[in-house]
Design a protein around this ligand. Structure first.
Ligand SMILES: [Fe+2]
Length: 347
């Protein structure tokens, strides 16, 4: 996508997400179980490129200063993400003019890439070329296809922010990159709640929902405590066949969030005429939302994978939401877990 009046920085989708943490081998195993293949390695440093479909993940084994410091502060974490842009140098200048803070590229995995300070001190790279060009190939397209569970691309990438900071971050993405506010949710469980503001970039590809707690006990606050700061809560990956993807993930031992059985007794009433195989939906614990003119959205979440960070598996059938109805259901299911673990008490 070229630069336009609304897309001044020439944004063109997510390029990659970078992860780091003290147990890189464990993280690598989890990525492989989720269908990602190590396709290339940094020529001199312990940094690996994982790929599946059009999704790129970078696993940085504390091989650069920022990753190493980030891992010490946050444990297993997402220390960076990258936006594709038309002209990185120009986008960087514009971003700084609009108030973005520069980060030190020399301390990152990609010293020749302009980088901004992102959520929770993570890196926000601006990419206009193939940054993996000089990397050492590890395996070919055949191995990649064989290991795939069917993920296509990053659908959205959700941040958890501190109380009172949602507007700080919606403003950050609006002012600097021209994001617009898409959907706003006010989600209440039995004892806790959260606000969620979905932001969408002018390229219509980069979607970043922002979550903020309504109290000091919710799952968002628990994340902030465990992660020791704000950051990426979950990364949603698309599939063209969620049933097959989920069945492959289960066969590989990837743990997915459970849903109470009664949820499935209510699906036909909540989403009339959905046309899905209800028994396969129930068996796989896949969630469904939308209905009628809104189309259908199918989704399921993994258990916490990297520290408190988890993944979402999503298939859109004409629905451009985030599973509003399921958001409530998910919130309640996590809250029920919190109640069982004694983290929160219901009066
Ligand atoms: Fe999501």
């Amino acid at each position: 996508m070229s630069e336009t009046e609304t897309n001044l920085l020439g944004l063109d989708g997510f390029a990659f997400v970078e992860f780091t943490g003290p147990d890189a081998a464990g993280m690598a195993e989890q990525l492989e179980a989720m269908g990602f293949t190590a396709v290339a390695r940094h020529p001199t440093k312990s940094i690996t490129r994982y790929r599946q479909g059009r999704v790129d993940f970078v696993l940085n084994e504390a091989a650069t200063q920022q990753a190493s410091e980030f891992g010490r502060a946050h444990g297993p974490s997402a220390n960076g993400m990258a936006f594709r842009v038309t002209d990185a140098a120009r986008a960087y200048e514009l971003a700084l003019e609009k108030g973005a803070r520069p980060a030190d590229a020399n301390l990152s995995a990609f010293p020749d890439v302009p980088v901004l300070e992102g959520i929770g001190g993570s890196l926000l790279y601006l990419i206009d070329h193939d940054v993996f060009a000089g990397w050492t190939p590890l395996s070919g397209a055949g191995a990649e296809a064989e290991n795939s569970v069917g993920f296509g691309m990053i659908d959205h990438l959700t941040h958890n922010v501190r109380r009172g900071e949602m507007r700080t971050w919606s403003e950050f993405y609006r002012r600097i990159f021209g994001f617009e506010e898409q959907k706003y949710f006010d989600i209440k469980g039995q004892a806790t709640g959260l606000f969620s503001q979905a932001m969408i970039a002018p390229d219509q590809q980069i979607r970043i929902p922002l979550n903020e707690s309504q109290d000091d006990k919710s799952q968002i606050e628990e994340f902030l405590r465990q992660y020791n700061g704000e950051g990426i809560q979950h990364i949603a990956l698309t599939t063209d066949n969620i049933y097959e993807t989920v069945e492959r993930l289960r066969a590989r031992g990837v743990k997915l969030q459970d849903t109470i059985d009664t949820y499935y007794d209510l699906v036909d009433k909540r989403v009339p005429g959905h046309g899905e195989d209800l028994e396969r939906l129930r068996r796989n614990r896949i969630l469904i939302d939308g209905g009628g003119e809104d189309g259908i959205l199918l989704q399921i979440f993994t258990e916490n994978t990297f520290g408190p960070i988890f993944f979402e598996i999503i298939q859109r059938k004409g629905n451009d939401g985030f599973g509003n109805g399921n958001f409530q259901a998910l919130f309640e299911s996590i809250e029920l877990d919190q109640i069982r673990r004694g983290v929160i008490k219901v009066a």
